[in-house]
Design a protein around this ligand. Structure first.
Ligand code: F6P
Length: 339
């Protein structure tokens, strides 16, 4: 009987439990394989913290946010002794293939393990939707829905008070959440890291709109945009930069340039919590079951990806080679509705 190990690493993301459930159910029911859950991402592999996952362990978790396995940003090559402790845990649990559910950093670590001879199947995870070689990542749709609901609510209060509201959303280096939610929520402007912007131009858009009789505006800001004043960002325990708050720097500048009261709402971790949307539940389930199929077939060095409407394996190296930004065509659609 083959044994599949599964771990979730990096920031959490709605749909992680649906992937785990997909792996465990398919492995047990279709292949009679065992699944070992590794606790707290790479940390569990480094410390030998792992346990058997039975079918009953994944009942009822489809709709739950977070991850039953826990997660962390520890990396064996940065915070541990590299491959040594990882290989000890893999051997002690007889793990044949590791299913690694994570973002770009986690997948790059997974690729290093492939080079060490470990069989690995990657599953792309991030609300940021910026992993290369896949059209969508699970969690993104949920985040976009949460932000869109927030924009709808902020729009009525902005209108009541004749205010400009800056809505700051997640997106470390790419502005997928900002662009999708900005289009869905009818934002007057969207600021993302990939597209340089001039605050005088943004103010001009707002002034023109308010002259035409609409005395309120919503501007969506991705957390990763260039701040007007560069300051050293605080780091977490793993050296990972903490973003968030750039809109507080932009708001007074916009208020000064437009003359309109400008307020800020930072949505932060709200975007990552709670139950996944139906789309994300289905995508995550398809990715998890496909990962188990590939593990059972003895595949390695691939990531399960959504290409068009299909779930297919793509080389892990391809997914790790780049970070995917918002395409020009999509941002052009958003720009059509500015002002
Ligand atoms: O990468 C996903 C993400 O949600 C980013 O959008 C955000 O910058 C980061 O994680 C926040 O991570 P943490 O919760 O560790 O601060």
């Amino acid at each position: 009987m083959s044994v599949i190990g599964v771990l979730t690493a990096g920031g959490d993301c709605p749909g992680l439990n649906a992937v785990i459930r997909g792996v465990v159910s398919r492995a047990h029911d279709t292949y009679g394989a065992e699944v070992v859950g590794i606790m707290n991402g790479w940390e569990g592999l480094m410390d030998g913290d792992a346990r058997l996952l039975e079918r009953r362990d994944v009942r009822g978790i489809l709709v739950r946010g977070g991850t039953i396995l826990g997660t962390s940003r520890k990396d064996p090559y940065v915070h541990g002794d590299g491959f040594a402790s990882v290989s000890r845990t893999l051997e002690s649990h007889d793990i044949d293939t590791l299913v690694v559910i994570g973002g770009d950093g986690t997948l790059r670590t997974a690729l290093k393990l492939v080079d060490e001879g470990v069989k690995v199947i990657g599953v792309p995870k991030t609300i940021d939707n910026d992993i290369a070689a896949t059209d969508f990542t699970f969690g993104f749709d949920t985040a976009v829905q949460i932000v869109t609901d927030a924009i709808d609510r902020l729009t009525t209060t902005a209108e009541a008070h004749d205010r400009v509201i800056l809505v700051e959303v997640m997106g470390r280096t790419k502005g997928w959440i900002a662009t999708y939610s900005g289009i869905a929520g009818g934002a007057e402007a969207i600021l993302i890291p990939e597209v340089p912007f001039d605050l005088e131009e943004v103010a001009g858009i707002i002034r023109r709109r308010h002259r035409r009789g609409k005395d309120y505006s919503i501007v969506v800001v991705a957390e990763g945009v260039e701040p007007p004043i560069k300051t050293e960002k605080p780091k977490d325990a793993f050296g990972f930069e903490r973003l968030g708050g750039v809109a507080y720097q932009l708001a007074p500048v916009i208020e000064e340039l437009t003359g309109f009261e400008t307020r800020v709402t930072v949505l932060g971790h709200l975007q990552r919590g709670g139950t996944p949307t139906a789309f994300d539940r289905v995508l995550a389930t398809r990715l998890g079951t496909k990962a188990a199929d590939l593990a059972a077939a003895g595949e390695s060095g691939v990531m399960v990806a959504m290409r068009g409407a299909q779930i297919v394996p793509v080389p892990l190296a391809e997914a790790c080679a780049d970070i995917r930004g918002v395409d020009d065509d999509l941002f052009d659609v958003a720009r059509t509705f500015f002002g």
